[in-house]
Design a protein around this ligand. Structure first.
Ligand code: A3P
Length: 306
């Protein structure tokens, strides 16, 4: 049946992927996708802040083209303004053509781990890649709630205990989560000009600073006039959880790019807080997951959550 069930994932080159991504999308991207020097990629694990960052990058890049009243984000969901490379492609010429005719700079996102991206994307020194990660406890809970909405109808919902066990074993969409994060983390250290590594928590804590940094990184730096004229604040307000989640388009419409299952825009907006995972997980679960993450990240110089 249609839907995304964690139990249906297949293990491919160290990561857990949907059969469709592993069998079709991935091959298509590796064989046919040609990056342009001006492309801006967003990479993330699901539920780490992808939707928010899509809106922010789109708004930064297009800030001189649209005003407050005619902005595309008011009438189109962030995912329709910034499509997913890996679910957008069908393995047919139509998707190839659609990608080819997108104007530059193309904004494209992916959930694929770094190691599964085509070499053309990682070798190219001009195109930029932004990665976002998040406290695994919040990711796990956000994902559990999200995926239960997208489960095939014939399957019962996954309990939090089951979702937790699977996550701790590394079995989650595009997981193990820690390996996804570590791949991009290490690459960002080696190549900071090309890969910007962000955390959801930093974006929540200091959005002004992070958005300025983002603008600079993707080649659209804010001028002093823009900064003092409230342009950064305007973008933050446009892309805020409160604003986006209350827009009609994000309450009612369905994701356009998703070709295998129906996904409602509203499911990408739940709570948008730091630490909400702790309201669901038991103390024992929190300690166990913290211990796994500390062990996996040991020596990497990266900290996540805790
Ligand atoms: P919660 O389930 O914890 O609320 P993704 O976009 O990668 O699927 O991640 C979804 C998570 O980001 C959800 O987390 C969602 O509520 C949150 N989110 C969506 N839009 C946001 C925004 N504009 N600001 C902050 N968080 C946002």
């Amino acid at each position: 049946g249609k839907g995304w069930a964690t139990e249906h994932l297949v293990h491919y080159q160290g990561f857990w992927l949907t059969p469709r991504t592993a069998l079709k999308g991935l091959m298509w991207i590796q064989d046919h996708f040609n990056p342009r020097a001006t492309d801006i990629f967003l990479a993330s694990s699901p539920k780490t802040g992808t939707t928010w960052l899509k809106a922010l990058i789109f708004a930064i890049v297009n800030r001189t083209r649209y005003g407050i009243s005619d902005h595309p984000l008011l009438t189109a969901g962030p995912h329709d303004c910034f499509p997913f490379l890996d679910t957008y492609v069908d393995g047919n010429n139509r998707s190839l053509h659609e990608l080819d005719v997108l104007p530059s700079p193309r904004l494209l996102s992916t959930h694929l781990p770094l190691g599964l991206l085509p070499n053309s994307m990682t070798d190219d020194q001009s195109c930029r890649l932004v990665y976002i990660c998040r406290d695994p406890k919040d990711v796990l809970v956000s994902k559990w709630l999200f995926l239960n909405k997208l489960r095939p109808r014939q399957l019962p919902p996954l309990s939090l205990e089951e979702a937790f066990e699977l996550f701790c074993q590394g079995v989650s969409h595009y997981g193990p989560y820690w390996n996804h994060v570590l791949g991009y983390w290490k690459a960002s250290l080696e190549n900071p000009e090309k890969i910007l590594f962000l955390k959801y928590e930093d974006l929540k804590k200091d959005p002004f600073v992070v958005v300025k940094r983002l603008g600079e990184f993707i080649g659209h730096p804010f001028s002093l006039e823009e900064e003092s004229g409230g342009v950064v604040e305007g973008i933050l307000k446009l892309c805020s959880f409160e604003n986006l989640s209350n827009l009609e388009v994000n309450k009612t419409s369905v994701l356009k790019y998703s070709r295998d299952i129906r996904v409602d825009n509203r499911d990408f907006f739940r709570k948008g807080e730091v630490g909400d995972g702790n309201n669901y997980l038991t103390e024992e679960m929190i300690q166990r997951l913290n211990a796994i993450i500390s062990e996996k990240l040991l020596g990497s110089g990266l900290e996540l959550g805790n």
